[in-house]
Design a protein around this ligand. Structure first.
Ligand SMILES: [Zn+2]
Length: 243
């Protein structure tokens, strides 16, 4: 056994293996000592036997969400309205349980937009509508796994920060930058406001919206406001004065 210990000691020394530390024993013999075993994370103090104890006010600081906020932030955050317009972006979040589907008025407007596009000779299929917090969380994590955080953040929203959770945003036509060069994409850019929508993430506004140009992502504002925003040439944050 001693010979084996010595051999192991040499092996670990040479390989630089960090799993075990070789030290000289009291009698000058090589002994192999295991490193400290990591202790299991203790159960948070306000969770007992898997049940949440509501009476405990102080919560342990848990892991941070991709936005850098604690996950509990999304249990209490309130939706933000600027001049009556629901604003969701990287600064303004929705609570975890917000929304349960497309807004009815917005969906009817979308149907009219699709009919208008059809009459102009284009199909405008709905590619993505309402997304729950949980769905967005899965999507975001999948994108991060493929592209890494930095790149994923340019095109995918953090859970709680997706406009799709409002039920007022839709991806239509073709979810690809090339959509902007198609007849359908150009029709959408010119006519979306007539149906109450804006192209939410315009070209050259990346530094304000935080997202790359998305010629397919439209946000319902109602015809009056959408037309004003469209004619202003501003993105929504600029128009609302929160840029
Ligand atoms: Zn979208």
């Amino acid at each position: 056994m001693l010979a084996l210990g010595g051999a192991l000691g040499i092996l670990f020394t040479i390989s630089g293996c960090s799993a075990e530390v070789v030290q000289r024993g009291e009698q000058g013999k090589s002994v192999v000592q295991p490193m400290e075993t990591p202790q299991p994370t203790p159960e948070p103090t306000d969770w007992v036997g898997g049940k949440h104890i509501d009476t405990v006010v102080e919560q342990p600081e848990g892991p941070l969400s991709p936005s850098g906020k604690s996950y509990s932030y999304y249990d209490t955050v309130k939706p933000t309205y600027i001049n009556g317009v629901l604003l969701v972006n990287k600064d303004y979040a929705l609570p975890r349980d917000y929304g349960n589907g497309e807004n009815e008025v917005a969906y009817q407007a979308l149907t009219k937009l699709q009919q208008g596009a059809w009459q102009a000779g284009y199909s405008m299929p709905l590619m993505s509508g309402f997304r729950s917090f949980e769905t967005q969380e899965e999507l975001y994590n999948d994108y991060v796994a493929v592209d890494g955080v930095e790149k994923a953040d340019t095109y995918s929203a953090w859970p709680g920060h997706s406009e799709h959770q409002t039920g007022l945003a839709f991806d239509v036509g073709w979810v690809d930058l090339q959509f902007a060069n198609t007849g359908a994409g150009q029709w959408l850019a010119r006519h979306a406001h007539e149906y109450g929508f804006i192209i939410r993430y315009p070209k050259d506004k990346e530094s304000v919206t935080g997202y790359q140009y998305e010629p397919w992502h439209i946000r319902y504002l109602g015809v009056d406001l959408a037309t004003k925003v469209y004619e202003s040439g501003l993105c929504l944050e600029e128009y609302l004065g929160v840029a």
